[in-house]
Design a protein. Structure first.
Length: 235
């Protein structure tokens, strides 16, 4: 678990889509107390994309100069690319876990948390390596945020919340005090989780849902109040 520290280093992003470009922005404006990083390139498992622009036929000034370096296996076999960390910039919770397992098995390291400078972080919180918190989100006090958690724009997380590894909070999600999200939970845009609610691992909560009761693992829940409509196969 990562605490505030002066970290520096060069990051390669796994992913070359929209979420990777948003992550690039967050890294470029990371809160100073959580470290200073720079992006040196992007990865994509499609070998046909090696050397192609991250944004083909796009006039963006920031990422237009970056080329896709290749796949993870490709760059690990090269000796001329210098980097300190690889950060999975992947929206899918399942894909993010699988790639992180590949990454760590290859002896690569995750950076500390990437937290946009406009995000508010209160006292006595801990953040796992590789977690990404985007602009204008708030984490109040005494929260435990695991590894490789994505917290999108305009989310709020109240006191004493636990969010385990690989969870994903879409824009505008509100998690109230004492709630607990197990590994891999994916919460849709604008959903609300009420106090002390427990959501089981790898569950999906639909956009706009209001979660008023505990949700079992591997569930899909939607509505106001949220009701389980499906049970997924175990990961």
């Amino acid at each position: 678990m990562f605490t505030k520290n002066k970290n520096t280093g060069r990051i390669i992003l796994m992913g070359a889509g929209a979420f990777a470009r948003e992550t690039f922005w967050a890294i470029s404006e990371n809160k100073e107390e959580f470290g200073k990083y720079s992006v040196v390139g992007f990865l994509d498992d499609d070998i046909n994309k090696i050397g192609t622009p991250v944004l083909p036929e796009n006039n963006g000034k920031i990422t237009s100069g970056f080329k896709i370096l290749g796949s993870l296996d490709h760059i690990l076999n090269l000796k001329n690319i210098e980097f300190d960390y690889i950060l999975p910039a992947i929206g899918s919770t399942e894909s993010k876990k699988k790639f992180t397992e590949r990454l760590l098995a290859s002896k690569c390291k995750l950076p500390g948390p990437v937290i946009h400078r406009s995000a508010e972080t209160g006292f006595d919180n801990t953040f796992g390596d590789g977690t990404i918190i985007f602009s204008l989100s708030t984490i109040t006090v005494n929260c435990v945020i695991g590894r490789q958690v994505n917290i999108y724009h305009h989310c709020s997380i109240a006191h004493d919340v636990i969010i385990e590894d690989f969870c994903n909070l879409s824009p505008g999600v509100h998690i109230t005090g004492g709630a607990h999200l197990e590994e891999g939970v994916n919460i849709g845009t604008g959903a609300i989780v009420l106090p002390r609610i427990h959501i089981g691992k790898w569950s999906v909560i639909g956009a706009g849902a209001v979660v008023t009761n505990d949700i079992p693992p591997y569930s899909v829940a939607v509505g106001m109040p949220a009701k389980v409509i499906e049970t997924k196969k175990n990961n």
